[in-house]
Design a protein around this ligand. Structure first.
Ligand SMILES: [Zn+2]
Length: 344
């Protein structure tokens, strides 16, 4: 099969299109013919060797895959060659104290899809059959490929971890990103008042079309002041944070008393100062959030199938243009998700 491999950490120049041996399914596994694989910023971290996950080159990237089952391994039941599927990002053990209590994103023995086997920047991959999720017919391969990480992460953060309720106000950081625009759609659908921010007026305009009630361009306006103006000096009930750096502290400062900040990323600054005094005096909370459950992915696929949420695809690229696709993602000059189509 053809696959995009990197054999040393570095910039997108380390990516090579190579001919690799086809993966074969082990017991309990299937192989999937990859039709579409969405890019994620984590791919860049992994390629650069700064992901803080134990990954060594050579490596085939690609976490978010849709395709058809090409081969079924020994002992696999309920799945046939040709079934249209996406593997859940995580292969969880199903037995640890987190898996057995509905908190499988914290599984003590989990593997990420491209970390355990090779990933979706390839014509084929192998994964555990227990990871598989059926893809609704109503969604194209590319549409389905952009649902999982953006929407299920947003669902887990907003509702499962953040406890967002109808009528509450939420501040969504960086609405132009995949998980930002997904959160705008879900929070709007849930009946929250949605304030979003971005460094780009164009991205704010796109987010308004998705249900954002008010937008703040933080390069031109004072974010905290604007949030206070929009909320009659109360602050928001929930901040949806995935950026780190300055936006983390500004998020905390934008919270109402007893407000919650839920966070799942820190590309803009992973270690930040933290003003403790106003934090505890206003009884604020910071809540960590890590990926999502398989059930949450299935909810989001169902919402997409019914047209309640819109999977956003910025651009697709053939496999041999993976470098261009990654360069575009690093430029941040896009809205929605970028997708590789190894199936042509
Ligand atoms: Zn587990």
């Amino acid at each position: 099969m053809k696959a995009v491999v990197f054999r040393e950490f570095g910039s997108s120049d380390v990516l090579r299109l190579e001919e690799l041996e086809d993966p074969r399914p082990g017991p309990g596994e299937v192989t999937i013919e990859v039709a579409a694989c969405a890019l994620n910023h984590l791919d860049v971290d992994v390629r650069e060797g700064v992901s803080r996950f134990p990954i060594e080159p050579p490596h085939v990237l690609g976490l978010e895959v849709v395709g058809r089952i090409a081969e079924v391994g020994e002992g696999v039941e309920g799945w046939q060659v040709g079934d249209r599927v996406m593997p859940n990002l995580m292969d969880t053990c199903g037995e640890c104290r987190f898996c057995t209590t509905g908190r499988e994103s914290l599984c003590l023995d989990a593997g990420f899809i491209s970390f355990v086997h090779s990933g979706g920047y390839a014509e084929r991959l192998a994964c555990s059959a227990s990871q598989l999720i059926r893809v609704p017919e109503e969604l194209s391969d590319v549409e389905a490929a952009v649902v999982q990480i953006a929407f299920a992460t947003a669902w887990h953060m907003l509702f499962t971890r953040g406890g967002l309720r109808p009528g509450e106000t939420v501040l969504i950081n960086s609405v132009g990103s995949g998980i930002g625009s997904a959160a705008v759609q879900l929070a709007h659908m849930a009946g929250a008042y949605v304030i979003g921010n971005s460094s780009s007026d164009e991205k704010l305009a796109r987010a308004s079309e998705l249900g954002m009630d008010a937008g703040v361009n933080y390069t031109k306006q004072d974010l905290v002041q604007e949030v206070m103006r929009l909320t009659d000096d109360r602050g928001v009930d929930l901040v949806y944070e995935h950026c780190g750096g300055e936006l983390f502290q500004k998020g905390l400062d934008s919270l109402s008393k007893d407000g919650r900040l839920v966070i799942c990323g820190g590309h803009a600054g992973e270690v930040v100062p933290f003003d403790i005094i106003p934090f505890f005096r206003a009884q604020k909370s910071v809540i960590g959030s890590f990926v999502y459950t398989k059930a949450e992915v299935e909810i989001c696929l169902e919402l997409a199938r019914r047209g309640r949420i819109t999977p956003l695809v910025h651009q697709t690229f053939p496999l041999d243009r993976a470098k261009d696709a990654m360069d575009l993602m690093e430029s941040r000059d896009f809205f929605g998700k970028i997708v590789l189509t190894p199936g042509g």
